[in-house]
Design a protein around this ligand. Sequence first.
Ligand SMILES: C[S@@+](CC[C@H](N)C(=O)[O-])C[C@H]1O[C@@H](n2cnc3c(N)ncnc32)[C@H](O)[C@@H]1O
Length: 251
Amino acid sequence: MSLTQSQIEKKLSDENLDELLDLWRTEQGAEKRRDLDLIAAAIPFSKDATLRVLDLCCGPGDVGRAVRARYPKSRIDCLDRDVFLISICIATNRREGVSGQSFVRDLWDAEWSRGLECDYDVVVTANAFHWLDARRVCEVFKDVFRLLRPGGVFLFVEPACSEPTFAAGFAEWKSRQPSRYSRENWERFWKRANEILGYDHTKLLGSRDAHLIDESMPVSGWVRVLKSAGFESIDVLLRDADEVMVAAAKL
Ligand SMILES: C[S@@+](CC[C@H](N)C(=O)[O-])C[C@H]1O[C@@H](n2cnc3c(N)ncnc32)[C@H](O)[C@@H]1O
């Protein structure tokens, strides 16, 4: 069983929203706040600018709202394939007065960007492209390039592995770092979500098939895909034990 978007939105009272956003914040790990701050800070436009922003694979929408907090005149469009997670985003953005359109779309669909304008100043994504395979991520990055206006920027944070030469030492160091994610926090979010929805939504999330990128793309791989899509001024803004944050421009 599943619910329609409007049925889900009816279940998202202010109280439920606050609880889910809190559980999501915990599930995303302590580093997420830093990541959001850096994504917003790195956007190379004046804070007065009226930006058109696409929060791609928005989930509950905290990336888009972090950009909006720094650029209060911006308009944030949101896109995700998951109707429950994007409903949290839509309801929260409505409550906070964030303007923009929302699109329930799947990046595996070649037509995913149908109807979106091709004049975005900024496209942002966190923790989602690793649900694609390497071939599809190349195609999606080309679509993102097309959706940006000349001068627009693309920033994302995704899991990254180390190069084979450095893998052993990196893994040893990583084993001594606090882990970002915990199964317990994931289960806590989804237990409450399922109670609110009245069915097990995790069955609709899709499986982590072996052919998906998951944690198997090194930083150089993400950079290579950006270059082949046409991006320039590519910069690695941050790299920690789990993830890399990359920014690039369409010049
Ligand atoms: C870990 S969540 C991150 C959500 C959000 N970006 C954030 O940082 O809170 C991954 C998101 O990617 C979305 N996603 C995964 N594969 C997708 C696809 N093929 N098309 C659209 N969205 C997808 C999921 O539905 C989920 O909302």
